[in-house]
Design a binder for this molecule. Structure first.
Ligand SMILES: [Zn+2]
Length: 272
């Protein structure tokens, strides 16, 4: 459905809720681009191709992939094949991680921070936005100041940062970068859009600072393992969320180690 002039959120579900990857078709005077393409599940790719055809098949200038996680690029090969062979666009930093898993297509146009693509009345700016993953890319429409950050900003709650895939220090730098961009609206990777970007971004920064404080408070009372800190900070999570939460503790510990504030001996962490 069209959620703003020339901006469509194309999902097969009724509502943009958490767990559903939003996939956007941005249509300008001289062409269109996708921002993310959704899980490769039966009918999902075709539904997006059909939606584009219903709009009169506007010349497709690019298929932008915000980051390496499969729900964001799954239907890209099919869309590329069926919609005129538009280049698949991702950052230089993320291209390899996407190409490792994507079958039947590759990132054709790696982009650097600040590169642009014009759709006539809409200028798309590619924004290097690492944190959730090392090479996350946001797309920013300069004229309307609309930001598409992938999973760097969710409609509800916070974005996860898993060790090996991303880093909290980078995530916090990216949030500052988003504040400087001063978006008027955020079209999130999952969940509803954000109409008060500044409040949402500040909330995400505060959330990370609070979590770091909780980890430090644990370590101030003596050396601890991730399991011990997780047990004290989080309660009542199901198993899937427990693993994600432990990874958040680990990611905070990596940041604190890099800052020289915490050391590790085996599984045990202590204040320096
Ligand atoms: Zn993700």
């Amino acid at each position: 459905m069209e959620i703003a002039p020339g901006i469509h959120n194309v999902i097969t579900e009724k509502e943009p809720v958490m767990g559903v990857t939003n996939t956007y078709l941005i249509v300008g005077r001289t062409g269109a681009v996708w921002v993310d393409t959704g899980w490769d599940r039966p009918g999902e790719g075709q539904a997006r191709v059909d939606y584009w055809k219903k709009l009169g098949s506007p010349p497709l200038r690019g298929i932008c992939i915000t980051h390496r996680h499969p729900p964001h690029w799954g239907n890209s090969p099919l869309i590329q094949r069926e919609c005129g062979g538009a280049p698949i666009i991702a950052t230089y930093q993320e291209a390899e991680a996407i190409n490792e898993r994507m079958k039947g297509a590759r990132v054709d146009r790696p982009v650097a921070d600040g590169e642009t693509l014009s759709l006539g009345d809409k200028t798309l700016q590619f924004v290097f936005a690492p944190g959730h993953t090392y090479g996350t890319m946001a797309v920013f429409i300069q004229e309307s100041r609309s930001l598409f950050p992938g999973d760097a900003i969710m409609g509800v709650g916070t974005s996860v940062v898993n060790p090996g895939e991303g880093e909290i220090a980078l995530f916090l730098e990216t949030m500052q970068k988003f504040l400087r961009l001063n978006p008027s609206v955020i079209y999130t990777g999952q969940g509803p859009m954000v109409t008060d970007p500044r409040a949402k971004i500040n909330e995400l920064i505060q959330h990370r600072h609070r979590r770091e404080e909780e980890v430090l408070a644990q370590l101030r009372t003596g050396p601890k393992t991730v399991e011990q800190m997780f047990g004290a900070i989080y309660t009542g999570l199901n198993e899937r969320l427990s693993n994600l939460a432990k990874n958040q503790v680990r990611s905070h510990l990596i940041k604190l180690q890099n800052e020289g504030r915490v050391t590790a001996e085996g599984e045990t962490y202590r204040m320096k």
